[in-house]
Design a protein around this ligand. Sequence first.
Ligand SMILES: Nc1ncnc2c1ncn2[C@@H]1O[C@H](COP(=O)(O)OP(=O)(O)OP(=O)(O)O)[C@@H](O)[C@H]1O
Ligand SMILES: [Mg+2]
Length: 701
Amino acid sequence: MRSKNELLGELQNVEAELQNVQDQIKILLDEQEKLYERKSELKALLEESEVSRQLNDDGPSASLENWTGPFEWDSRVDDVRFNVFGISSYRANQREIINAVMSNRDVLVIMAAGGGKSLCYQLPAVLLDGITIVVSPLISLIQDQVMGLTALGVPTGMLTSTNSKDDKFIYKALEKCEGKLKILYVTPEKISKSKRFMSKLEKCHHAGCLSLIAIDEAHCCSQWGHDFRPDYKNLSILKTQFPNVPVIALTATATRKVQLDLMEMLCIPKCVKFVSTVNRPNLFYMVLEKSSVGKVVIDEIAEFINRSYPNNESGIVYCFSRRECEQVARELQERGIKAHYYHADMDAKNRESVHIGWSSGNLQVIVGTVAFGMGINKPDVRFVIHHSLSKSMETYYQESGRAGRDGLPAECLLYYRPADVPRQSSMVFYEKSGLQNLYDIVRYCQSMRGCRRVAFFRHFSEPLQDCDGMCDNCACSAEVREVDVSCHAKAVVSLLQDMQEIDQSVTILQLADKMKVKHKEIGPELKKNEIEQLIIQLVLDHVLKEEFQHTAYATNAYVALGPLAEQVLHEKKVVKLEISSGQDDKARSIKCAKQRPMASKMGIWLDELRKELASVHGGIFPHSVLSAQQIAMLADQKPDSMQQLEMIIGKVKTEKYGNRILEEINRSEKSEDLLHSVMGHGHETGRTSKKMKISKGAVKI
Ligand SMILES: Nc1ncnc2c1ncn2[C@@H]1O[C@H](COP(=O)(O)OP(=O)(O)OP(=O)(O)O)[C@@H](O)[C@H]1O
Ligand SMILES: [Mg+2]
């Protein structure tokens, strides 16, 4: 007969084994669910590509009808595009979307950030008789759009939660419909809460003057989207009240589930759907090793900005916390960079003044938390640097996507160190799929070989496209090798097991420190950051897992044995780690920086001019005067008559700013000639240091 203790002991063992089996089942079930999801996505993609093939269309998704034309409004559309908006050619899907809207159809648009969604409703709004209502979630976004459209001479108004003296004029314009208002931006609360507004809108409709309804950032309707807003839920009322007015819903990212949700919630089941790729070919993605010494990271960031963007080109640095934002901004200022922090703790007035300072080019860099996000509409952001990793691939895509919305080359840098993982995980572990989402972006950061773009395509279930060397791993991945570190992994697991037996909790960093002492006896030596990387790799592979404990002040993340720990311990699982050999990050960044465009001197002067014109005309940002693309074209073609200028920037802008622009081009050309004859050498690139930059004053000498 076995003793009670023996029986208890065995019971405990069986319970532990059961737990282990259950954990493994859970992992397999999760995996099964993911595979099922992927299977249905792949099937849908196959169906879509079959349709595309039949239509001989090369977009990843296209609608069954032919929207390229010709249509009777073609010439009028082209005229407004060029002469009002100053846009010389359409980007992918824009023409088709505009045609579908002009044909009175409901439309759903999924187009990457910066793809040019606004034009798809603004252009029809200008052409159609009557008023277009645009629902947009943030006041800052609305202000930005109203400012831009007003600068183009399009009569535009807004109604937001903050009442203004213009409201009366707008209500009157809605009622009278005399053409004094073409586009009206409103927040969703107006639709769901303001009876006054809805009654005026009904009158406008009754008079036959409500031409189009646009719902921007439409993903806010869906609880499955990443930024659900309760007031967006009530927008179905628009289609119910005004069934014959076309609705166009637009968003940058929407999974298949969100798309279906949107169609249902906005009551547009028969809409024409246009899905463009998530790919942003002009963005260069890069992950950099983050030093454990804070000062070194700031030195590197400051050097990058000074070296690569000496002409005050705009950028964003994203930080993990408000305190970190303030500190990083201060340290960048100390290194001569015009930077300021931006976070939710600041009062609205301060936030606005920082935003305006940055948009008008007085500040070069905003150091923000995620609070600095959706409201940002600046098209010529040349770099987005993540001082810490984001909490998911989706958030990273959104945040880094603020760069290069004008379509010109821009860079997205992410500073990664394993120690940042527990900081994020202790924040997200209670969110639904929070840890899973975080581990996806951690996988992205740990990878030294996989194409960054492919990671996005996989994440958004899109067919793969060529990266064209526009990520660090594609541009310079040869120096990475894969090392078998199974014996190190085994040592980590047994070390942790020993600690768990004596009930000692340990964080990832503490475990890495202990391993540093122990692992020397094991095999090929690993550096400190490589050991940390290995531990994170083990968490991603379910060999270890993170556990969380609350204290009165914080949530602490500890590391514990995961379901596959036994396999590593019994040498049934091989663990490999990607290790960079030789070439350090700095060399990589220099090599990768070859892709950067060079600013010409004429470009720099025109940039100064647009700032000057923006401040003279008041209430508009420099990018509304001339876009970066227009500056590049002007610097290249150097027009010398109003007619030539009009061919580049359209009628409206030529009438408004033509004289000054021609004057500046003429003056700059003369100055350049003079400079060349005095200095006796050829063109300099824009990538000179700040000190070497030639100011207007210097040229006069
Ligand atoms: N066909 C075009 N050619 C050149 N520039 C364009 C074109 N269409 C739009 N743009 C410019 O691209 C920039 C981004 O456009 P827009 O604001 O419409 O992007 P978006 O798709 O709404 O992005 P987000 O999802 O970030 O709001 C703007 O500066 C706009 O003027
Ligand atoms: Mg937009």
